[in-house]
Every structure is written in C-alpha cells, then in structure tokens.
Design a protein around this ligand. Structure first.
Ligand code: ADP
Ligand code: NI
Length: 212
C-alpha cells in the first residue's frame, strides 16, 4: 500500500524531532531487517511500522485511542480488508512501552514492530532522541542533586521534572531485556553497550562520582 507511506510522511513531516517521519522510516527499516528472520505477514509489519506513531497520545491530550482510530480511518479510506485493519489497529494500540508490559494482544507482527521501535530508542539514535525530547520538554540535561537512578513508580517519575540523563535509568537501559526477537536482541545488545559507554564518558566529563 504505497499510499500509506505518503500519508505517514505528510502527517508526520512537521512532528517533534523524535517522533517524525525519519523515526518512522528508521522503524520501517528495522522492522524489515527483523522480519527477514521471522515468520510473519510483511504487509502487516510494514503498515504497523508506518502507522505506529500516526497520532501519539502524548501530543493529543493523553487520548490512548487516537492513534488506533487514526490508523483505522486511514485504512478504511484505502478500502483495506477488515482483518488487516483490525491487526494494524491492534499493533498501534499495543506497541507502546506502557501498554506493552501488560498487553492483552500479541502477534509476531506486533513483536517485530515493537522491537524495531525500541531499537530506535537506544544506541546513538536513542541518545539523540532522548536529549531532543528533553529539550522539547525544557528538561535539564543533568542535575547532580537528582540522582540518576530509577524512580520508585512511573507516576513519581512523570510528576518529576527529572533531567534527561535520568531517562536512561528510567527506561532506555531496560529496553534490551524487553526485546522479543533474536535479531532485535542482538542489535539491542550492541546499542545498549554504546549507551553504557556514553554514560561512563558523560559522568567522567561532568565529574560526577555519585555512583562511587
Ligand atoms: P514509545 O512511543 O516508543 O513508547 P515514547 O513516545 O515514550 O516511546 O518516546 C519516544 C522517544 O522520546 C524515545 O526516544 C524516548 O526515549 C524519548 N522520551 C520519552 N520520554 C522521555 C523523557 N522523559 N526524557 C527523555 N526522552 C524521552
Ligand atoms: Ni515510535
């Protein structure tokens, strides 16, 4: 469905830098790479990757259903069959970290797109996206008085104005253990190590020895 790429491109061209059309393109590429070694429906994977951030609740007043609904409306406009629409809608609904942990829906195609999306949150690109998002939210890069360790609860973290370095401990360093596919796991391991090296160098440069 070539029109899906055009639709996602147009919709997300102006989006915040971490969730824009380039993110979608990277997730499509990651998905295709992972899909090579998995039994799956490649069209579903492709559409799931293209539409997974079509309307992120973070930028739409916290409405979790806006993304799945937007994907459904587009696929209806393309006269896609209901079984395909339903599956892609479920991928969009269940892809996020938040929903992912207690997901009531699972398919090989969801696993592939979720791994592909998570890969884009770690490694060099993950570091860039985290600081980009932190800047968008006017967060500090680092604050030695707010220890860079995980918060006790997600609510406590969300309510805080934690600096972006904390996001690594809150989420990014956990992602490698949440990968579903073997290809995803292998790629995540490399990117994880790159983040650890980055953090070591970062704390050295800012002369923070809070971990000692
Ligand atoms: P997903 O859509 O994959 O569940 P998010 O939308 O939460 O992930 O995050 C998208 C990008 O923004 C990721 O690269 C993530 O690391 C980054 N991000 C999200 N929340 C924060 C935060 N509080 N601080 C820094 N980066 C963040
Ligand atoms: Ni995404």
């Amino acid at each position: 469905m070539a029109s899906a790429a055009e639709y996602a491109k147009q919709t997300l061209e102006q989006a915040e830098g971490g969730h824009d059309w380039q993110h979608i393109q990277r997730v499509v590429v990651n998905s295709e790479r992972i899909a090579q070694s998995e039994a799956c429906d490649q069209e579903i994977v492709f559409l799931g990757a293209l539409l997974h951030d079509i309307a992120d609740s973070k930028f739409h007043g916290g409405d979790d259903e806006i993304g799945p609904l937007t994907a459904r409306r587009f696929l209806i406009s393309q006269n896609a069959p209901e079984t395909l629409i339903e599956h892609v809608e479920q991928i969009v609904r269940h892809i996020s970290y938040k929903g992912g942990q207690k997901s009531s829906f699972y398919s090989p195609e969801l696993a592939i797109v979720r791994d592909a999306d998570r890969l884009d949150a770690i490694g060099a690109i993950g570091i860039a996206r985290a600081f980009n998002y932190g800047g968008f939210k006017n967060r500090k890069i680092f604050d030695p008085s707010i220890a860079p360790v995980a918060y006790a609860t997600k609510e406590a973290y969300k309510a805080s104005t934690a600096p972006t370095i904390n996001h690594f401990y809150e989420k990014l360093l956990k992602l490698k253990d949440l990968m579903h596919t073997d290809t995803g796991k292998a790629l995540a391991q490399q990117r994880h190590q790159y983040m650890l090296d980055f953090l070591t160098q970062f704390f050295e440069e800012v002369q923070f020895d809070g971990f000692a």
